[in-house]
Design a protein around this ligand. Structure first.
Ligand SMILES: CC(C)(COP(=O)(O)OP(=O)(O)OC[C@H]1O[C@@H](n2cnc3c(N)ncnc32)[C@H](O)[C@@H]1OP(=O)(O)O)[C@@H](O)C(=O)NCCC(=O)NCCS
Length: 176
């Protein structure tokens, strides 16, 4: 059973957001956030983030540690760890994070990542990993400062909106 008190986080630009565990009822609001993301905000992701995609995330709700950030009761950030259910992947989870473009570069990514890692630790998770496009500099910087190490580079593993292939990096952090 996951539990966490709602937290208030002060951002570097003086705004405040509330961060709490995601609830099943957040699905529509989350879809609204993804629908209002700019092309540049999803540039290094796997768009489109359709209703079907988000429905699939929520279908795995029990295997997810998910956080949402709210500003004026609107979801502006999403950070999750998908805990792999197979026994041979015990304690292994994949991290994902998406913030609305109006909330980039003000420390929200760092705050949400550190919080979700803390929750994963409380649940005795062992290894958290992710794959990031090498050219996604803010994301790589965020992961390094949150304690992730690069484990390998996949050459030309991502075809960007610039019609070019880009390398991706597998990064991971062991929690104990
Ligand atoms: C990637 C993302 C989560 C980063 O979150 P953020 O809140 O903007 O990042 P923070 O403000 O917490 O900053 C984290 C670090 O990145 C650095 N950073 C932020 N923006 C940067 C930029 N444009 N270029 C280089 N570094 C940057 C910060 O300086 C900070 O490092 P520091 O603490 O050493 O100064 C956010 O930009 C985002 O949601 N992007 C779109 C979705 C995405 O790409 N997700 C990741 C998919 S793998």
């Amino acid at each position: 059973m996951r539990c966490m008190e709602e937290q208030t986080a002060a951002l570097k630009d003086g705004r405040e957001v509330k961060i709490r565990l995601v609830a099943v009822e957040d699905k529509e609001q989350l879809l609204a956030m993804f629908s209002s993301m700019s092309e540049s905000a999803v540039r290094w992701g796997m768009p489109p983030y359709t209703r079907d995609r988000i429905e699939r995330w929520f279908a795995a709700f029990k295997d997810m540690i998910g956080l949402v950030a709210l500003h004026s009761d609107r979801i502006v950030g999403w950070c999750s760890i998908y805990m792999q259910p197979h026994p041979r992947r015990k304690g292994i989870g994949e991290l994902g994070i998406y913030l609305h473009q109006d909330f980039h570069g003000v420390g929200l990514g760092t705050t949400m990542t550190d919080l979700v890692l803390e929750l994963a630790k409380q649940q005795s998770m062992h290894r958290i990993y992710l794959e990031v496009v090498e050219d996604n500099k803010p994301a790589v910087r965020l992961y390094v400062r949150s304690g992730f190490s690069a484990e390998g580079r996949l050459r030309d593993a991502y075809f960007g909106d610039d019609d070019q292939y880009h390398n991706t990096i597998i990064m991971a952090k062991l929690l104990k």
